[in-house]
Design a protein around this ligand. Structure first.
Ligand code: UN1
Length: 504
C-alpha cells in the first residue's frame, strides 16, 4: 500500500461508519474505490447497514445534548486545531483526492486548502453567531433574537468535492453547536474516511467523539432512512437536481429543513470590448478544469458576433493543446472523468449534440489510453438544442453568438438551473447591466472571472433548480441554527402589543 494511504490510516478494507469512539465494525458488502486514471483499486469500504446508522444517529443525538452547551468560542478552539490537522495532512489528502477522483495536483491540494479556509472561517464565526436587538413598542420591554443549534445535521456530498463540501457544512455546523452525520458519495469513500479520521482525531483528543459522524452506505437503505429520519432537523445535500428534488420532497413531507446545492448550467458572456486574453483563460479553466466536473463548471459561452469567429478559433487551439494525462504529473491540466459511467454519459451527450444539429469543433471522443479519459469538447451550438439546457457532468462547452447584451443575458437565464454566471467586459455599463436586477438570475455573478473557483468567504449556492441553498461564508451559518425571538418585560405592568386591552 502506498505511503500516503498508510499515513492517512487507510487499510485495504475500511469500515464505512464512525461515531463516538471511532470506526464501527460494519458488516455490509465490500465496495472498491478505483483510481479513474488506471482503473486500479485503491482500497475498499465495507458498507454500513441501517443498524449501524441507528447506532450513529443515537450517539450523535446523545453527544449533541452536551456539545450545544459548550460555549461557541470554545467550539471554535477545537476547529482551529482541525485547521492545523488539515494543514499537516494537506499533501496526503490532496494526493488521495488526485488518485480517487482524478483531480490534477493543484486542484487536489486546492480542495484541501478550501477546507482549511473553512476551518479558519469557522473559528471567527464561533464568536459572531450574532442576533439583532429590536426596540419594543411597549415601555420597559426589551426584544432581541438569539440563535440556537438545530441538533443532528445530515450532510450528503457528491464525489466531485469529496473533502471541501463536507468542510463547508461541518465546520459551520460544529461552530453552531450541532453534531452531524456525513453520508459521502461511495465513489469517493476513501477520501471521506481519511478526512473524517484526520478531523475526528482532534475532536476525540478533546473528549468530543460523536460530534463528527460518518456513514457510508447504499442510498436505497441508509440514504433513505437518513433523509426520512425526524431526528435530523436539517439535511444539507449537494449533488444532482434529480437527487435533490427527491431529498427535498421527503424532507418537506416531515416538515424538516433542506439546504440544497444542486446542478448548474453556468454561462460566460464575452462582450466585444473584453480583454480577450483574460476571457480565454477564464473560459478554459471554467470549462476544462476538473474535467468539467464542478457544479460551477462553464457549460455555455455567449460570444458577441463581432469577436465570435476569432475567439472560437483561439479557444479551439487551446482545447487541442490541453495536456491530458495522469493528474499527479506536473503540467497535466486535465485528468480523467470519475468512472466509465461518466464516459458513457459524455459519449451519449456527444451523440445527442450531433443529432440536434450541434457542430463538434474539437473533442467528442474518448482518449486512447487506459482509464476514464475523454477529450475536452467544444461545440458550435444553436438555440433549439435541448441538450444545452441539461447539465452533462463532463468537459463539454456550447458556444453561441449574440447580437446585443440584453439578448445574451436573456439566453443565459433561459435554463432551469441558476448557480453561477460571468461576464468578461471592460465596459462599466455592460458589467452593471449584467449585475442589475434585470441581469443574471444566478446565485453567483462574476465580472472578468470565470464561473468556477469561488472563495469560501461568500455565500455559495444558486437559484431555481440549483435548490436555493447557501453554504460556506457570509451569513450561511443561519441555515444551521434556529432563530428565537425573545421579549422581556422588566416593568410592573402587562401592556399588550397593538394596543389590545384585556382587563380582568
Ligand atoms: C462543487 O462543484 O460542488 O466554486 C463545488 C467552486 C468551488 C466549489 C465547487 N469552490 O468551483
Amino acid at each position: 500500500m502506498s505511503t500516503y494511504l498508510s499515513r492517512l490510516g487507510l487499510e485495504a478494507v475500511n469500515p464505512g461508519a464512525a461515531t463516538t469512539s471511532g470506526f464501527l465494525a460494519t458488516t455490509g458488502r465490500e465496495v472498491p474505490s478505483f483510481d479513474p486514471s488506471t482503473g486500479e483499486s485503491l482500497g475498499s469500504v465495507r458498507l454500513a447497514s441501517v443498524d449501524d446508522y441507528e447506532k450513529v444517529v443515537t450517539e450523535a443525538q446523545r453527544v449533541f445534548a452536551d456539545w450545544r452547551m459548550l460555549p461557541a468560542p470554545k467550539r471554535g478552539e477545537i476547529l482551529r486545531e482541525v485547521g492545523e490537522a488539515l494543514r499537516q495532512h494537506k499533501d496526503d489528502l490532496g494526493m488521495l483526492i488526485t488518485r480517487e477522483v482524478g483531480k490534477v495536483t493543484s486542484e487536489g491540494l486546492g480542495e484541501v486548502q478550501e477546507s482549511i479556509d473553512m476551518a479558519d472561517l469557522a473559528v471567527g464565526m464561533s464568536r459572531q453567531l450574532n442576533g439583532l436587538t429590536m426596540h419594543s413598542e411597549r415601555a420597559s420591554h426589551r426584544m432581541y433574537e438569539q440563535w440556537h443549534p438545530l441538533g443532528v445535521v445530515g450532510i450528503i456530498t457528491a464525489f466531485n468535492f469529496p473533502n471541501a463540501v463536507w468542510a463547508w457544512n461541518a465546520m459551520v455546523a460544529a461552530a453552531a453547536g450541532n453534531t452531524m452525520i456525513w453520508k459521502p458519495s461511495i465513489k469517493a469513500s476513501l477520501t471521506a474516511i481519511a478526512t473524517h479520521r484526520v478531523c475526528d482525531a482532534v475532536f476525540q483528543k478533546h473528549g468530543w467523539g460523536g460530534v463528527l459522524n460518518l456513514i457510508i452506505g447504499d442510498d436505497a437503505d441508509v440514504g433513505e432512512t437518513m433523509v426520512a429520519d425526524r431526528r435530523i432537523p436539517l439535511i444539507s445535500a449537494t449533488g444532482s437536481t434529480r437527487m435533490g428534488r427527491h431529498v427535498n420532497q421527503v424532507v418537506a413531507g416531515r416538515l424538516g429543513r433542506c439546504l440544497l446545492e444542486l446542478g448548474g448550467n453556468n454561462a460566460i458572456i464575452v462582450t466585444p470590448d473584453a480583454d480577450l486574453e483574460l476571457a480565454l483563460r477564464g473560459v478554459a479553466f471554467g470549462a476544462v478544469g476538473t474535467a468539467g466536473q464542478r457544479c460551477t463548471s462553464t457549460r455555455r459561452l455567449y460570444l458577441h458576433k463581432s469577436i465570435a469567429a476569432d475567439f472560437t478559433a483561439r479557444l479551439q487551439k487551446v482545447y487541442e493543446q490541453i495536456p491530458i494525462g495522469d493528474p499527479a504529473n506536473d503540467g497535466v491540466l486535465m485528468g480523467p472523468l470519475i468512472d466509465d459511467d461518466a464516459v458513457r454519459m459524455y459519449l451519449e451527450a456527444v451523440a445527442t449534440i450531433r443529432e440536434q444539429g450541434g457542430e463538434v469543433l474539437t473533442g467528442g471522443e474518448r482518449v486512447d489510453r487506459p482509464g476514464s479519459f475523454v477529450k475536452p469538447t467544444l461545440v458550435r451550438a444553436h438555440r433549439d438544442m435541448g441538450i444545452c439546457k441539461h447539465e452533462t457532468f463532463a468537459p463539454i462547452l456550447y458556444v453561441f453568438e449574440y447580437d446585443d447584451l440584453e439578448e445574451a443575458v436573456h439566453q443565459q437565464n433561459a435554463v432551469d438551473q441558476g448557480l453561477s454566471s460571468a461576464i468578461f467586459t471592460d465596459s462599466f455599463r455592460s458589467a452593471e447591466r449584467f449585475l442589475s436586477h434585470a441581469g443574471s438570475d444566478c446565485g453567483i455573478a462574476n465580472v472578468n472571472i470565470g464561473t468556477s473557483g469561488a472563495e469560501i468567504g461568500g455565500a455559495f449556492g444558486g437559484e431555481k433548480e440549483t435548490g436555493g441553498g447557501r453554504e460556506a461564508g457570509s451569513d450561511s451559518w443561519k441555515a444551521y441554527m434556529r432563530r428565537q425571538t425573545c421579549t422581556l418585560n422588566w416593568g410592573t405592568d402587562l401592556p399588550l402589543a397593538q394596543g389590545v386591552t384585556f382587563d380582568i
